[in-house]
Design a protein around this ligand. Structure first.
Ligand SMILES: *Cc1c(COP(=O)(O)O)cnc(C)c1O
Length: 468
């Protein structure tokens, strides 16, 4: 058959709509979306015929694909109506995995947010006075209570927070930053770029490994508007280093009449030292050391994506008046989530149970190991022949927090028989609930620190099917 004849064996749209499989799709999803997919698929077939190397190959391809057409349409329509963002099980041991959505909220928090998501809410309505209210007032008051800050403000994320701070306090002027703190966080966030977008000029001082107080002092000119300290949250400079502690910087900025801004990055409410990890300046410590600080809502704070700004009332008041603040404001689900997470922090005795990130980072190695033994036994019950063991492992905070800090953990290690480790992780990514894990030495490592006990049954069942 020549190509023209082959084009004619592609069924017309109307005929495909009458096909039993396709008609069921139209019933469920409506004719419009299904017709669009039919057009795309028949178009694709036409291209295939046109691009085939010779008539014979074109004929083979066309006949085979025409037979499969209703099935392919069904596949594509289902794909179109399956959300791409869905639950995965994080077995990587990285608690704040940016690709996996950083901090998960608790079921209790999610349930309460869902309650206000599907109805009207008192977002900007004061139920006492019956007048317009402030959407962030409650969360901001809770932040002040929790950290001792004079004033608070929430925006879309920490990048937005820094942009707003610099634009408000330093537009058209210079901001002094140490060369050791000109960080790139990943994605599009680099301190020099954010500075430029804010309209402030970067005044670099010191060197990569050493910056002294003198360097800051000598850099002050009539154009200087602020000093910025940035937490080097995703790398560590070791060896011959020196930087100026916030407390020392504050003495100098206060006498120079400049605001000290501190981008904390992660922002911890509870010092990780409490769980045997390295000390991090807490938000409360930072608030008392600097004039304005900012941090992410969805890093170690364990909340929704947000940028939190805390500090002196007068400075935050200026930021609230900045027209940019309207463009950077958080949405209602985020505000609802922040309120709930903050209340879970106020309940000090139960914080570690109530906030998933705090639960994961604070769990003892012994407890993780015991849970790993349980998961291992559950998998072996379903796949007795599989080579599955429990091994010591190292988890990490991730998401630009506690760089280089290894958190002792435990993993269920699967040595796949016929499958390679890469084959098994591929299969795991395609399970009913996808599982993301690490591979090492042709084995698959499931770090149990980031796996919720609630998911053990499901995980063992799905792995049992793949391994048996
Ligand atoms: C993560 C991070 C940011 C960016 O925060 P987002 O909430 O992702 O916008 C900015 N500064 C530092 C130091 C960070 O660690």
């Amino acid at each position: 058959m020549d190509r023209q004849a082959l084009y004619r064996i592609i069924p017309k749209v109307d005929r495909l709509l009458d096909n039993e499989t396709v008609a069921a799709l139209t019933e469920k999803y409506g004719a419009r979306a299904v017709t669009e997919v039919i057009r795309e698929e028949t178009e694709r077939l036409r291209d295939l015929i046109r691009d085939a190397a010779d008539d014979k190959e074109a004929e083979q391809q066309a006949e085979q694909q025409v037979r499969r057409l209703p099935e392919k349409i069904e596949e594509e329509v289902h794909k179109l109506f399956t959300p791409k963002i869905r639950k995965v099980i994080n077995a990587t041991g990285t608690i704040l995995h940016t690709n996996l959505g950083r901090a998960p909220l608790s079921e209790e928090q999610a349930r309460k947010i869902a309650e206000t998501a599907s109805c009207y809410s008192s977002l900007e309505y004061d139920l006492e006075t019956g007048e317009r209210g402030d959407r962030c007032a409650s969360a901001e008051a809770l932040f002040c209570r929790l950290t001792g800050a004079e004033a608070a403000m929430a925006v879309n994320n920490n990048a937005a927070a820094l942009l707003l701070i610099l634009n408000t306090l330093a537009k058209g002027g210079d901001v002094i930053v140490s060369r050791g703190e000109l960080v790139e966080i990943g994605g599009k966030f680099r301190i020099p770029d954010v500075m430029e977008q804010s309209g402030a000029r970067l005044a670099e001082v010191g060197t990569t490994n050493k910056t002294r107080l003198q360097d800051y002092e000598q850099a002050v000119t009539g154009e200087t508007r602020a000093v910025l300290k940035v937490h080097t949250s995703n790398y560590r400079i070791v060896g011959f280093t020196e930087s100026v502690p916030a407390e020392t910087l504050k003495e100098f900025t206060a006498s120079a009449g400049l605001p000290l801004i501190w981008d904390l990055g992660s922002g911890v409410i509870i010092d990780p030292e409490c769980y045997g990890l390295a000390h991090e300046p807490t938000v409360r410590e930072a608030v008392s050391a600097a004039d304005v600080i900012c941090f992410s809502g969805d890093k170690l704070f364990g909340g929704p994506q947000a940028g939190i700004i805390l500090g002196r009332r007068e400075l935050i008041g200026k930021m609230k008046k900045n027209p940019l603040s309207r463009a950077l404001r958080p949405d209602k689900f985020v505000i609802a989530a922040l309120e709930l997470v903050l209340m879970d922090y106020l309940d000090v005795a139960h914080t570690a149970e109530k906030i998933p990130v705090i639960r994961m980072i604070s769990e003892s190695e012994k407890s993780v190991r015991a849970r790993a033994e349980i998961l291992c036994a559950m998998i072996l019950e379903r796949a007795p022949e599989a080579r599955v063991t429990v091994e010591p492992s190292h988890a990490q905070a991730g998401g630009g927090a506690l760089p280089g800090e290894e958190i002792p953990s435990a993993a269920v290690v699967i040595r796949p028989g016929k499958l390679s480790a890469a084959g098994l992780t591929y299969a795991m990514r395609h399970m009913r609930i996808p599982v993301v894990a690490r591979t090492s030495e042709d084995a698959v490592w499931l770090d149990v620190r980031t796996i919720d006990q609630e998911d053990f049954g499901l995980l063992a069942e799905m792995l049992g099917e793949v391994l048996a």
